[in-house]
Ligand binder design. Structure first.
Ligand SMILES: [Zn+2]
Ligand SMILES: [Zn+2]
Length: 173
């Protein structure tokens, strides 16, 4: 979603987009299918750049890291970031101007490149969704995972390990 911001009005540009589906990768290597991705917010012209204040919502289909079952969660998050010119000199100038004006637009805010007069929102939103993923993906805090013996998902299947199959070397008196 490439947006031309060359004639952004003082009141900003209202964004209300349906981004459909995205397949993302969790840091643990599992696939996360995100659907019904919606973003609403506002692009605002600031001195030397553009500020994006928005909120995304989506349904994320995760894989539990213990039982490998897939489950869906609703994710929603507010975010704020800046699009700034690519050159570091230009970025520094924008930052200085903001500080001189007593602003704090840069405090703890990520910035993304402003290419000429366009901003690419999809990659940015993709990153924001990624940031909202739980560090450890669990279908439930108490998930017991898979039996190391038979591979059954212990929360929803009967363990198939027969008592007789237990390796005698692991039995202690
Ligand atoms: Zn689980
Ligand atoms: Zn078992």
């Amino acid at each position: 979603m490439l947006l031309d911001i060359s004639d952004l009005e003082a009141s900003g540009l209202r964004i209300d987009e349906n981004l459909g589906n995205l397949d993302l990768e969790h840091a643990d290597g599992s696939q996360v299918h995100c659907r019904a991705i919606r973003t609403s917010g506002r692009l605002l012209q600031i001195q030397g750049g553009v500020e994006f204040q928005a909120r995304f919502g989506c349904l994320a289909d995760f894989e539990c890291c213990r039982c490998l079952d897939r489950f869906e969660r609703h994710l929603e998050q507010d975010f704020r970031l800046l699009f700034l010119p690519n050159s570091s000199d230009a970025r520094a100038a924008v930052r200085d101007a903001d500080e001189d004006a007593g602003g704090d637009r840069f405090a703890g805010v990520d910035h993304y490149p402003l290419e000429g007069h366009t901003v690419e929102l999809e990659a940015v939103i993709e990153e924001q969704i990624n940031l909202a993923f739980p560090l450890k993906v669990l279908c439930s805090e108490s998930c017991r995972g898979l039996c190391p013996g038979c591979g059954s998902a212990l929360d929803r299947e009967e363990c198939r390990c027969s008592k007789n199959d237990v390796d005698p070397t692991t039995i202690r008196e």
